[in-house]
Design a protein around this ligand. Structure first.
Ligand SMILES: *[C@@H]1O[C@H](CO)[C@@H](O)[C@H](O)[C@H]1NC(C)=O
Ligand SMILES: *[C@@H]1O[C@H](CO)[C@@H](O)[C@H](O)[C@H]1NC(C)=O
Ligand SMILES: *[C@@H]1O[C@H](CO)[C@@H](O)[C@H](O)[C@H]1NC(C)=O
Length: 361
């Protein structure tokens, strides 16, 4: 049961898209012919035609399903909408989620690519759960497929609330392990291990990430742009210092790393910018505002005191009371300008144009 079709301006294209999602349809050949004509020559509604690659093309006639707990949509839970997407789906499906708080644990499995998960705003559409202990088991939201867009929604792991904060445990709000994943206007709330940026290339834009302990961690190759990082250091109790990042690059040839560009770091308590989860950890803060919650030494070597030379922790062009680097650890890396340019350009995560495609949604 996956017959929903949503009229954009082009009913024909939409229905063709649905048909094509089901290969071997008897009328497929004729439809394909019409489709070919439309792509090649455009149509009368301003559809440009020609030069569109398959996925870009798909973006212009994607299908939408609605999640609304009041019963007026196609599904009342988000997971049931995701479940309705066929395995190895080749066309974008947009799952639009009404404002509200959803008590669900969500997974986009690795065989369901091309999903757009879209709420009505990160302060209006919330998904929350409170699993804990293991990072693998605890995420409120896990996305494993390639080509996923998440917009205007927040994920919370509520386990480490005020009551549990002093016996804090790993409690992940979101785990991202597919390639080519774009998060726009998304909130992540937790305390320890909030955002597991596991692996793959990811672009986080206008996101909000809250936590205190290693709360952005993993081996993702990610650009965080214009995001707010909110440190809830007060929840750790007096004298306990937090860590924003715990990056997991473990080989000098790995291309992963976390780059924070034009972000804001706010909050309370005191925090390091990061510690290495793996010995080749790579993190750059660039053009970012830092309040005085950042400890003057900035970074910690964790288990790698004897290998600090392998770690790439760097800062460039940051400002605000926490950005003074005069007392930073001696092993903080000074990157040359071509490396800085490489890391802070979107080409660090995208040389084939996937971000542009995904920004159409
Ligand atoms: C989804 O809901 C919309 C309107 O709410 C309707 O037009 C469409 O046919 C529904 N699709 C499915 C799959 O039920
Ligand atoms: C600290 O900041 C967090 C947001 O990150 C907020 O929820 C909390 O109330 C703040 N605590 C104090 C004591 O200000
Ligand atoms: C940075 O801190 C050092 C000492 O901690 C101080 O001497 C210096 O003036 C500060 N720089 C700025 C730009 O505030």
């Amino acid at each position: 049961m996956f017959l929903g079709r949503y009229c954009l301006s082009l009913f024909l294209l939409v229905s063709l898209g649905v048909e094509l999602a089901y290969a071997n349809h008897p009328q497929q050949e004729e439809h394909q012919h019409q489709l070919h004509h439309l792509y090649r020559y455009g149509d009368h509604h301003g559809y440009p035609g020609i030069h569109l690659k398959p996925i870009e093309r798909a973006a212009s006639h994607y299908q939408t399903v609605f999640v609304d707990p009041s019963g007026h949509g196609n599904f009342s839970t988000i997971q049931s909408a995701i479940d309705s997407v066929p395995s190895n789906n080749k066309y974008w499906v947009s799952v639009q989620v009404k404002a509200g708080t959803y008590r669900e644990k969500l997974t986009i499995p690795y065989d369901k690519p091309y999903i757009v998960l879209k709420g009505e705003g990160k302060t209006r559409t919330f998904v929350e759960w409170q699993d804990h202990s293991s990072i693998v088991q605890s995420p409120t939201f896990s996305t494993m497929a390639d080509n996923v867009v998440v917009k205007s929604i927040s994920f919370k792991n509520l386990y480490n609330n005020d009551k549990n904060a002093l016996n804090m445990l790993p409690a992940v709000a979101a785990m991202v392990s597919g390639d080519k994943s774009y998060f726009y206007d998304v909130g992540f709330y937790g305390l320890q291990d909030t955002l597991w940026d596991d692996r793959g290339r990811h672009y986080f834009r206008f996101c909000f990430i809250s936590g205190a302990m290693d709360f952005i961690f993993g081996s993702g190759q990610s650009l965080y742009e214009r995001c707010t990082i909110s440190v809830n250091g007060a929840a750790l109790g007096p004298g306990i210092r937090g860590y924003i990042t715990a990056q997991g690059r473990d080989n000098s040839k790995d291309t992963n790393g976390f780059v924070f560009k034009s972000c804001n770091i706010i909050g309370n308590g005191t925090t390091f910018l990061g510690r290495p989860w793996r010995v080749y950890a790579r993190v750059l803060f660039y053009n970012t505002m830092m309040t005085d919650i950042i400890l003057p030494q900035g970074w910690e070597p964790w288990d790698y005191t004897n290998n600090v030379g392998l770690i790439t922790f760097s800062e460039y062009g940051n400002y605000g009371p926490g950005a003074n680097t005069s007392q930073r650890v001696s092993w903080m890396k000074k990157l040359d300008s071509s490396t800085i340019n490489m890391l802070t350009s979107t080409s660090f995560i995208d040389t084939e144009g996937w971000i542009k495609t995904q920004q159409q949604f």
